[in-house]
Write a protein that binds this ligand. Structure first.
Ligand code: BDR
Ligand code: CA
Length: 308
């Protein structure tokens, strides 16, 4: 199940995962506040599932704010609706009445070998693990987009956005006795979508291709280029789905991750024990490298699976 705050990169991750023939068995999409408010993020998630023709996947809204801190959002990156470049509409696909945290607990208890895929702040996942700690042993893996080691930060000099927004939640998740696989900025910044990739998506000539082209040619695509001087745009959250579909696109190192919660200067910093300087469990596969061209082949292939 996916837990997200769409967001263009969350949307692309979902579009890949929900695509015809992806082979993934998606039991739920749960939504958390992050890139924008919970109200807009859950509307965006329903819109994406509807565009994908996946009205069979239930969507649940969860926490509207981090565990202890006020919500910080990223409309300057994603646009006021959270999905700059896409025509926004009110989807018919309903929101489930059950809260996302309850749904996560229920699904963890009832589905064997469940994989959780959070691509927003970790608030919902942490709330579930706190309320029902025994679900940890039912979860086979948590596949996270968040954190940074070599790349330092994208919201402060020392923190990545998802971890910065709710560091208390991130600490609970990284401390939980569960296998984690984590895609931080170190690897997402190595897979930058460039004009030639977007041109290929545009040339598909399909409705889905056109929608994605709109997002990938919007101000969103310019943000990282303008702010960080990159030659393309990171599609951070799509790394999680790419990993589920084709894990060998990435290489990993086994590490332990601790999250800074107290210091105002380094709030949300991920302290990655890369060189085994502590005795803490190496329970996180930290993504260190990606075959970027294989990643984009996979992404474009999944987008092309939507034929009109
Ligand atoms: C992460 O923050 C959000 O803005 C993106 O959706 C992604 O999950 C990247 O730092
Ligand atoms: Ca996200």
């Amino acid at each position: 199940m996916f837990d997200c705050d769409p967001g263009q990169d969350d949307a692309i991750s979902l579009i890949m995962a929900l695509s015809p023939g992806s082979g993934l068995d998606i039991r739920a999409i749960t939504v958390v506040a992050g890139n924008t408010s919970l109200v807009k993020c859950q509307r965006n998630a329903r819109m994406i599932a509807q565009i994908c023709g996946r009205v069979d996947v239930p969507i649940f809204a969860g926490r509207a704010a981090p565990l202890k801190l006020p919500l910080a959002t990223a409309e300057e990156v994603h646009g006021v609706e959270g999905l700059d470049g896409l025509d926004i509409f009110e989807p018919d696909l309903p929101l489930q009445s059950e809260n996302a945290v309850d749904a996560i607990i229920r699904l963890c208890r009832s589905v064997d070998d469940i994989v959780l895929v959070p691509t927003g702040p970790l608030t919902n996942i942490a709330a579930a693990l706190t309320r029902a700690p025994e679900i940890a042993e039912r979860i086979s893996e948590i596949v996270i987009m968040g954190g940074a080691r070599a790349e330092a930060g994208n919201i402060t000099p020392s923190a990545e956005f998802n971890i910065y927004v709710d560091p208390h939640a991130a600490r609970i998740v990284f401390d939980a006795p569960v296998k984690k696989t984590t895609f931080g900025l170190d690897v997402t910044h190595k897979a930058l979508i460039r004009d030639e990739h977007v041109d290929r998506i545009a040339s598909l000539g399909t409705e889905m291709g056109d929608r994605l082209t709109g997002m990938l040619r919007s101000d969103y695509a310019e943000y990282d280029r303008a702010k960080f001087g990159t030659s393309g745009t990171p599609i951070h959250d799509a790394c999680t789905t790419a990993y589920l579909l084709q894990p060998d696109v990435f290489t990993f190192k086994s590490v332990n991750v601790q999250v800074e919660v107290d210091s105002p200067l380094t709030r949300g910093h991920t302290s990655v024990d890369f060189w085994q300087m502590t005795e803490r469990p190496r329970d996180t596969q930290w993504a260190v490298d990606v075959d970027a061209e294989a990643f984009f082949e996979l992404m474009i292939g999944r987008i092309a699976a939507y034929t009109d």
